[in-house]
Design a protein around this ligand. Structure first.
Ligand SMILES: [Fe+2]
Length: 214
């Protein structure tokens, strides 16, 4: 399956909520239907709404309808909500029902260049995900200067990201992603996440918009 590459995340000049790429119960028993529905239909939808509200506010400032004093808050809101929208869209796409295979081909070569082995990648990614204090994301991506893979431990949706960084695989570790099924057991949620990674989508991202890296 080729990734949608965010094409459904912005339509008609507005940020838009893409549908889940599978039925809401497709990831059972690893991720439950109630969590997916709440996560997608309420939490992700709220980021889409917040992104549109912030963009509208900045447009109204530009048109003279609102004072410049609202710009600092609006830009922070835009960064938070657009980042949340992008990351959630990538998150739904990089999950799929098991069984999954491990990375192979050029994706595996690029992973090994940074992490030595697949197990090394899992060790780093899991540690980044466990290290988040409060709400955030673990993100595997390509760093544009070294052109190698790196893992970012992202606070909220947008803090501690590298400029020009290309996300390949994202893991939501906000509690809303797992609390209904796993309560405070983030490690158990991560076990489920690793079982659900759609490496075909990750490989497609690597090929499609990261050509020439690694
Ligand atoms: Fe989330």
């Amino acid at each position: 399956m080729e990734p949608q590459l965010l094409t459904h995340a912005y339509q008609g000049g507005m940020y838009a909520l893409p549908p889940l790429p599978y039925p809401a119960d497709a990831l059972e028993p690893y991720l439950d239907e109630a969590t997916l529905l709440l996560h997608h239909d309420k939490h992700h939808a709220a980021y889409v709404m917040g992104a549109n509200d912030a963009a509208e506010t900045l447009l109204r400032v530009a048109q003279g309808d609102l004072p410049p004093s609202v710009v600092p808050t609006a830009t922070l809101n835009l960064a938070f909500n657009v980042s949340g929208h992008i990351l959630h869209t990538l998150y739904w796409e990089n999950l799929a029902p098991p069984p999954q295979h491990t990375p192979y081909g050029e994706l595996s070569v690029a992973l090994d260049a940074t992490f030595s082995t697949y197990d090394g990648f899992i060790r780093v990614f899991r540690s980044a995900a466990m290290s988040i204090q409060g709400s955030g994301w673990a993100v595997l991506g390509l760093e544009p200067v070294s052109r190698r893979m790196v893992v970012c431990a992202v606070n909220k949706h947008q803090d501690a990201l590298i400029p020009g960084f290309k996300p390949l695989l994202v893991c939501d570790v906000w509690e809303h992603a797992y609390y209904l099924r796993y309560q405070n057991r983030r490690a158990a949620y991560l076990d489920a996440f690793f079982a659900l990674i759609n490496w075909e989508v990750v490989a497609s991202r690597f090929r499609s918009y990261c050509h020439g890296y690694a």
